[in-house]
Design a protein around this ligand. Structure first.
Ligand SMILES: Cc1cc2nc3c(=O)[nH]c(=O)nc-3n(C[C@H](O)[C@H](O)[C@H](O)COP(=O)(O)OP(=O)(O)OC[C@H]3O[C@@H](n4cnc5c(N)ncnc54)[C@H](O)[C@@H]3O)c2cc1C
Length: 491
């Protein structure tokens, strides 16, 4: 792909690059918004910005180092993975909930609202929505795409602008920058840094996973990624690999179900609002709500849906020590009930467990050592005093993103941390932001024009992984960025 692309037909203009800025008097320069990262979050912000009315000229520059409008989740892959959420809940627009379903029905006429459709199709939908928004935007609103990695962002010395540095040495000046860089890589497993020959997969979304028939594999983590990797790996091994999956609690995600809403949708939220001051009371009331739904002929997922709509408010009201207790005692249970698997995926996993091809353990991995052709994994089962060992042919790290900014290996984030422009929260859950998504710096002040959107919004909202939450943030951020010039930096 070209280094510079534009959907409006004109390449990235030279004026955008500081070192070649023209000296002539020209019409007022368009306000520039640079979005770093074109996964779901960055693409959704761009789409909504392009769709909004703008009185003044606007240039939206989308910078992406991999494929546009895909991100990790919706990339083209050898294996066709399914979405974990039904089609009717995957629209990128909250005002048009069936937008994705209608798009999908063009190629899959029989697709229904409850179907779990291919992730790759979802990527096509995002690409197509971005293109349509760019084509429909008026001439003074332009989208430009730059296929490069951003390695640093700095404050300009004499103006309030930001300088965005690309890996090829170029610098772009921007009035506003939105970081939409997605999930960081998982933290490395102890001892695996030395294993460099494909027996250790540090991040399964960055390397194709292929297990061989007859081999024994250790998967660290038992969440949604584990499910994807185990099924893809067993496909490659024609069902003849033996897989051990280990996590602290050994819990695997629950299955999706066709939600039977038996209560008025306001019933649950109303009930739970009163419980939000205490974690213990909250957990008790969610359980009671789930049991009540089951008794009335519905199911427990109704309670999860009720809490989900309140999560940001509940999270913000919990005191720091209650949040800490949540992370220690409740989080694993919340995660497996909230982030569920499509029935088909869950059943395939269950079949593997029954046949002994997948063994799920609760415990902690203590060390991984290379011993000739194999890897020796030392681990301790939950509640056990002594540790045990497993000899495996391969280890796959499915522990999920390393959210602690202090340990990030991303060049751009590291540069922001070093400058004091980005900080983690006290629980190391992600990036500290204010209510508009502006980064909070080391002195506790919100940046004038540097924003973040994506899964690392967890310190403020807790649940910010799925499309349903991220699209709301994208819409809000686009509206904020579309405020008339003058109110941008200080709004
Ligand atoms: C495998 C998987 C499946 C999922 N399935 C579902 C689902 O079915 N339903 C649902 O609701 N949610 C799902 N999610 C969750 C959710 O959709 C994603 O977390 C969401 O897509 C996050 O989008 P993002 O844009 O913030 O991050 P990402 O998708 O990670 O995108 C970030 C982008 O930024 C780019 N980038 C990063 N740094 C730089 C840089 N310095 N310079 C230039 N580019 C950069 C990356 O290349 C990437 O394309 C899934 C998540 C995963 C990982």
């Amino acid at each position: 792909m070209d280094a510079q692309q534009t959907l409006t037909g004109t390449g990235l203009s030279d004026a955008l690059f500081a070192e070649r800025a023209p000296a002539r008097v020209s019409p007022p320069a368009p306000r520039t918004v640079i979005i770093v990262g074109a996964g779901f979050s960055g693409t959704a912000v761009a789409i909504h910005l392009l769709r909004l009315p703008h009185a003044a000229p606007l240039r939206v520059v989308l910078v992406e180092r991999a494929s546009f409008a895909r991100g990790v989740a919706y990339a083209r892959r050898e294996k066709s993975y399914l979405l974990n959420v039904p089609a009717a809940r995957m629209s990128a627009s909250s005002t048009d909930p069936l937008e994705f379903l209608r798009y999908a029905q063009r190629t899959l006429p029989h697709a229904t609202a409850e179907d779990f459709l291919p992730r790759e199709l979802y990527g096509q939908y995002l690409e197509s929505s971005l293109l349509a928004a760019a084509v429909a935007s008026p001439p003074h609103v332009r989208l430009e795409r730059v296929h490069r990695e951003v390695i640093a962002i700095e404050k300009a010395r004499r103006t309030r602008a930001l300088e965005v540095y690309l890996e090829d040495g170029r610098r772009i000046i921007s009035h506003n920058v939105v970081l939409a860089t997605g999930n960081p890589q998982p933290a490395p497993l102890r001892g695996c840094e030395e294993v460099r020959d494909g027996r250790y997969v540090a991040d399964p979304w960055r390397a194709p996973v292929a297990f061989r028939a007859g081999e024994t594999v250790l998967v660290a983590g038992t969440g949604l990624t584990m499910a994807d990797i185990v099924l893809a790996g067993q496909d490659a091994a024609r069902g003849r690999a033996t897989i051990h999956a280990v996590s602290r609690h050994g819990l695997i995600p629950a299955r999706q179900g066709h939600l039977q809403q038996v209560h008025d949708p306001c019933h649950g939220p109303h009930l739970l609002q009163g419980a939000s001051v205490s974690l213990r009371r909250l957990v008790r009331d969610v359980r009671a709500l789930a049991e009540e739904s089951e008794r009335c002929g519905g199911d427990w997922r109704e309670a999860i849906t009720a809490v989900r709509s309140l999560v940001p408010a509940l999270w913000q009201r919990l005191a720091a020590h209650e949040r800490r207790r949540f992370l220690r005692h409740v989080r694993s249970y919340w995660d497996v009930h909230r982030h569920r698997l499509p029935e088909r995926t869950w059943s395939a996993l269950d079949d593997l467990r029954r046949s002994g091809r997948l063994l799920v353990h609760a415990g902690r991995i203590l060390a991984v050592q290379s011993t000739g052709r194999q890897l020796r994994v030392t681990w301790r089962a939950r509640g056990a005093g002594a540790s045990g060992t497993l000899l495996v042919d391969r280890v796959v790290n499915c522990t999920g993103p390393e959210y602690d900014l202090r340990h990030t290996r991303e060049r751009l984030l590291r540069s922001l941390v070093v400058q004091g422009l980005a900080v983690s929260d006290s629980l190391a859950l992600g990036i500290a932001t204010d209510e508009f998504g502006r980064l909070v710096d080391t002195s506790g002040r919100a940046a004038a024009n540097l924003y973040y959107i994506g899964p690392m919004l967890r310190p403020r909202y807790w649940e910010t992984t799925a499309v349903q939450e991220l699209r709301a943030h994208a819409e809000r951020l686009a509206c904020h960025l579309a405020l008339p010039a003058g109110s941008w930096a200080s709004a």
